[in-house]
Design a protein around this ligand. Structure first.
Ligand code: ATP
Ligand code: ZN
Ligand code: MG
Ligand code: MG
Ligand code: MG
Length: 500
């Protein structure tokens, strides 16, 4: 890895009068200011320097430490002090005439359109990035972020776009299933639900709704009440600022539903739209595009990010920890690709999300208790065939940063179950997850503990559509054949609307 910068420091007068001072700074810099903070010998180097009548020009090289854009700021400061004091010469600004980063790489980049990057060239096992940055970008670490971005892209390319790191943790015993229909098709025939007007959206009739509530109540009775989780209501329109702090802003765009406010709520401003509709009975979508504002964020994608607004910037008392909370106040929305025919992959879905926050030990312990309760529910109450698997940390996948957690504590456990109608080789369905997110959220939202100990957090998304899809696919639609606990809680079949 090599950084190269040819910079021109603009002076307010001919710098030649200060040549001796400049020489002294340039001669010492590699041992002093350009070495500070780097391992021995790994600071930035001055390749050459020269004076013109309006500038001090310098060529810098560096590796990972004291990168050239930091190095040039340090030089600028030292030069400005020396020239200002004795010669009353100021340094007005700084131009990066050439700025390149050379990174070892196995292959070229697919997409070379990167902000502030003029060109990307692949040659002899190296990517050469030519940057177009000014002083402000150099000060704001833009070159560092470009490098991180390119490294992530290369890693992601090597890792494969879709593939998830996957390790089996536990699997229940094999069994035979007495039912092998696609439950969505079956439910449609029985009139349990209907398709909503929107993509991947369903209208649940009394039967599936009752089943959702049965599962929800099992979670309340078996987990939330005994383990002491308190209910909260998290916002369901999520502003960019939340997703900036949570990290979702890095990659959520293809899957989110966008939220745009009207430019004004003045009815006069909207009169032409209303009139158009009244005359044509068509909603003038093109006309709307001009009248709505830019997206302010999106519909809830994962429930937990907006909950962090409650803790943001706070220091939490020791006796409040661990914090155990949950939300079931609204829908989540995702623009899903393909396979949205059934209830298992939908654009509008219902979840309970649990969030816990505490010291590392508290978070790890809370997660263990939770996993034990889930084990009891799926084995003893829902009587499912299922398995647990260790997968790529969900935030890494969602943020587009592929990778595998270095330690085996932070990361995600997926709960998966086979759908018999898909056949013995069919893909198993993820019906929920449990994640330990380490310091990610407390850091992202600047949350501290009274003791000063680092805070950790975890979350778990219980997908009610997914529980229902798995339960019905394995047990069928006849409540008589359901496991006793579910049958008992479900009670008498609700009255169905008869359509003639
Ligand atoms: P998948 O791998 O199936 O796309 P995911 O990993 O994207 O799911 P998460 O972001 O982990 O999903 O969300 C947590 C839980 O929310 C999932 O385990 C699942 O129960 C539920 N869920 C996610 N996406 C959907 C969807 N499109 N329809 C129904 N439930 C969903
Ligand atoms: Zn979460
Ligand atoms: Mg998904
Ligand atoms: Mg998944
Ligand atoms: Mg998941």
């Amino acid at each position: 890895m090599e950084f190269y910068l040819k910079a021109s420091l603009k002076t307010s007068a001919d710098p030649v009068v200060g040549k001796e001072d400049i020489e002294k700074i340039m001669a010492e810099a590699e041992k002093t200011i350009l070495a500070k903070g780097a391992p021995a010998g790994e600071g930035a180097k001055i390749k050459s320097w020269s004076l013109s009548d309006k500038s001090i020009d310098v060529e810098l090289m560096s590796g990972r430490y004291v990168r050239v854009h930091d190095a040039v700021m340090r030089l600028k400061k030292a030069l400005a002090e020396a020239l200002g004091k004795t010669h009353k010469i100021g340094i007005r600004g700084l131009d990066a005439e050439v700025f390149t980063i050379s990174v070892p790489a196995e292959h070229d980049l697919k997409n070379k359109k990167i902000p502030y990057v003029k060109s990307v060239d692949f040659n002899d096992g190296n990517l050469l990035l030519t940057l177009d940055v000014g002083e402000a970008e150099m000060r704001n670490q833009v070159p560092d972020r470009i490098l991180t971005l390119v490294e992530d892209k290369m890693e992601q390319g090597d890792y494969g776009a879709k593939a998830e790191h996957w390790n089996l943790l536990w699997e229940s015993e094999d069994r035979d299933f007495h039912y092998s229909e696609d439950p969505t098709e079956d439910m449609l025939k029985q009139g349990w639900l209907k398709r909503g007007a929107g993509r991947g959206q369903w209208i649940h009739g009394p039967v599936t709704t009752r089943l959702f509530r049965v599962f929800e109540q099992i979670v309340v009775d078996e987990i939330l009440a005994p383990l002491g989780y308190d209910e909260m209501i998290f916002p369901k329109m999520v502003m960019w600022d939340i997703w900036k702090h949570s990290g979702h802003a890095k990659g959520i765009y293809p899957e989110m539903y966008y939220v745009c406010p009207p430019k004004t709520r003045d009815p006069e401003y909207w009169e032409d739209v209303m009139d158009y509709y009244k005359v044509t009975h068509e909603v003038p979508v093109e006309m709307l595009k001009d009248k709505i504002g830019d997206p302010i964020g999106g519909m809830c994608y994962a429930q937990c990010p907006p909950s962090w607004g409650f803790f943001q910037g706070e220091t939490i008392a020791n006796d409040s920890l661990p914090i155990l909370i949950f939300d079931r106040s609204g829908t989540s929305h995702r623009y899903e690709s393909g396979g949205i025919h059934g209830i298992e992959r939908v654009d509008e879905f219902h979840r309970i999300e649990l969030v816990w926050l505490g010291t590392k030990e508290q978070v790890v312990e809370t997660t263990k208790l939770l996993q034990d309760r889930y084990m009891h529910i799926f084995n003893d109450l829902l009587d499912l065939k299922w398995r647990k698997a260790w997968v790529t940390p969900w935030f890494m996948a969602q943020e587009g940063i592929a990778g595998v957690a270095a330690d085996e504590v932070t990361g995600t456990t997926d709960y998966e179950a086979p759908l018999p109608y898909r056949g013995a080789e069919g893909e198993w369905l993820e019906f929920q997850n449990v994640s330990i997110n380490g310091e990610k959220y407390p850091n992202g939202f600047n949350v501290k503990s009274q003791s000063g100990e680092k805070l950790w957090s975890g979350c778990s998304g219980v997908g009610l559509e997914r529980w229902t899809a798995v339960f019905l696919a394995q047990h069928g639609l006849d409540p008589e054949k359901w496991p006793p606990e579910v049958k008992k809680r479900f009670g008498k079949m609700p009255k169905q609307v008869k359509f003639l």
